[in-house]
Design a protein around this ligand. Structure first.
Ligand SMILES: *[C@@H]1O[C@H](CO)[C@@H](O)[C@H](O)[C@H]1NC(C)=O
Ligand SMILES: *[C@@H]1O[C@H](CO)[C@@H](O)[C@H](O)[C@H]1NC(C)=O
Ligand SMILES: *[C@@H]1O[C@H](CO)[C@@H](O)[C@H](O)[C@H]1NC(C)=O
Length: 413
């Protein structure tokens, strides 16, 4: 299948990762119990079985990548007809968008419709994992500033409806950092609806210093849709194929204004529409991604991502600042634009100046759009993970308190 091949291509470059937790005396061990890892984002839900570490094939791909979409018929009368499904999931819902009402159950990094999310999870177990949920412990992801009620509700669905034997809920940002074989750093997680900036020390996110910018891939795609007049999913594709971040935005704009308007080597400026016609874009391809650095371009009153990362690092304990500056880690689908890492590093270095000789390093990896999922499989493969699972029995005995036991970095609240 096309979808799977695409993931595979990213993974060619990924070598199996082994983490040595500095504070846990445990090594990654092959042959552990397999765990289902589900990373549910606003755009796609990634799910797969961990536990292949130490195997010759190394890192595994998610077995399923599902658009986080649910479709239901707009006209209930249709449901009485034969061969009509009441509910469609992911891509099959999207393909039928003309006749279905579509809903996005996960928005702005939180769940807005639990019944729909439950339907998506059930579907992914059945169709992609081909496993009953009761067969494996599960690790689910939690967005960095998620509210506690969401966690309880998730646990309730996992234990009471899906009937999983054991559950862990981990922070998406910590997981992304594990994918980079690091336990201390700042994760810039640029997703579909929001971008989170999360400082992490020894694997533990510092929640009180976590920042959130309400800009993500969707906003960038909307801006392309606006300037091209194309519908959102075409705009998204245009953005993915042509978008890049200029190292010197003002200079690049000058070049375009100067009339030649030629993009740098290797960058496409024309886009071929599904019908074969070629779209000449009025806005240069670096305009939409620039929103991440200059939200004001679209009227958002928020500092740019570079200013937020700098503000975030400046707010943490001085003792770990330099380590954070040299470990700015990218994750999420909206972090893939060519030029983004270089620009982020440049802008941050300008902000930091020569003060204390701080050096900024922005670290990237192949497959970073699913860094959280990869990190999840790595954590699930560690011996220590067994002790991080809450069992069904504990759930029945202690209720939701078991999913609120949360570690936080010392002294940072
Ligand atoms: C998500 O955030 C956007 C912009 O911040 C807002 O317009 C929208 O209403 C929010 N959606 C939900 C479901 O909270
Ligand atoms: C699912 O994803 C949403 C959005 O990222 C998050 O708020 C929620 O905590 C997640 N829940 C679990 C347990 O996976
Ligand atoms: C799950 O793992 C995380 C570490 O990623 C840990 O903080 C948490 O306490 C664990 N337990 C549960 C029940 O989520």
């Amino acid at each position: 299948m096309l979808r799977r091949c695409r993931w595979r291509a990213f993974f060619k470059f990924l070598t199996p990762t082994l983490i040595l937790f500095d504070d846990f005396p445990v090594l990654a061990m092959p042959g552990l119990r397999e765990v289902v890892v589900i990373d549910n984002g606003s755009y796609t839900i990634k799910a797969g079985v961990s536990g292949t570490y130490g195997s010759p094939t190394g890192t595994k791909l998610p077995d399923g990548v599902l658009r986080a979409l649910i479709g239901r018929h707009r006209h209930p009368a249709l449901l009485t007809m034969p061969n009509i499904q009441a509910i469609y999931h992911g891509h099959s819902a999207f393909r039928r968008r003309g006749i279905l009402g579509l809903r996005r159950p996960i928005q702005n990094a939180s769940i807005v419709n639990f019944d729909d999310v439950e339907a998506l999870w059930t579907y992914i177990y059945r169709e992609d994992l081909e496993l009953p949920p009761s067969s494996h412990p599960v690790m689910m992801t939690d967005s960095p500033l998620n509210n506690p009620q969401d966690r309880s509700r998730m646990a309730q669905i996992a234990f009471d409806t899906l009937n999983v034997p054991a559950l862990n809920i981990s922070n998406t940002a910590s997981l992304a950092l594990y994918a980079y074989s690091r336990t201390t750093g700042v994760v810039v997680d640029a997703g579909e609806d929001v971008t989170h900036i999360v400082p992490i020390q020894h694997g533990i996110p510092i929640r009180a210093k976590t920042l959130r910018i309400d800009i993500g891939g969707r906003d960038l795609a909307e801006s392309v849709a606006f300037s091209t007049g194309e519908v959102l999913h075409v705009a998204r594709d245009i953005l993915a194929k042509t978008g890049y971040v200029a190292l010197d935005h003002r200079g690049e704009v000058e070049v375009y204004r100067g009339g030649r308007g030629r993009p740098p080597e290797g960058v496409r400026e024309n886009y071929e529409l599904p019908d074969g016609s070629v779209l000449a874009m009025s806005d240069p391809p670096f305009m939409a991604p620039e929103l991440l650095f200059q939200p004001i371009l679209r009227g958002y009153n928020s500092p740019g991502v570079h200013q937020q990362v700098e503000a975030c690092i400046s707010s943490v304990d001085t003792a770990i600042r330099q380590e954070l500056y040299s470990n700015v880690v990218l994750s999420g689908g909206s972090s893939l634009f060519p030029g983004l890492p270089e620009r982020l590093r440049k802008e941050m270095s300008l902000l930091v100046g020569n003060e204390g000789k701080k050096s900024v390093e922005v670290v990237t990896m192949e497959g970073r759009e699913i860094a959280s999922w990869i990190g999840g499989t790595i954590l699930a493969g560690l011996g220590i993970f067994e002790s991080m699972l809450a069992s069904k029995q504990e759930w029945q005995e202690f209720g939701e308190s078991i999913v609120h036991r949360r570690l936080d970095a010392a002294g940072s609240g």
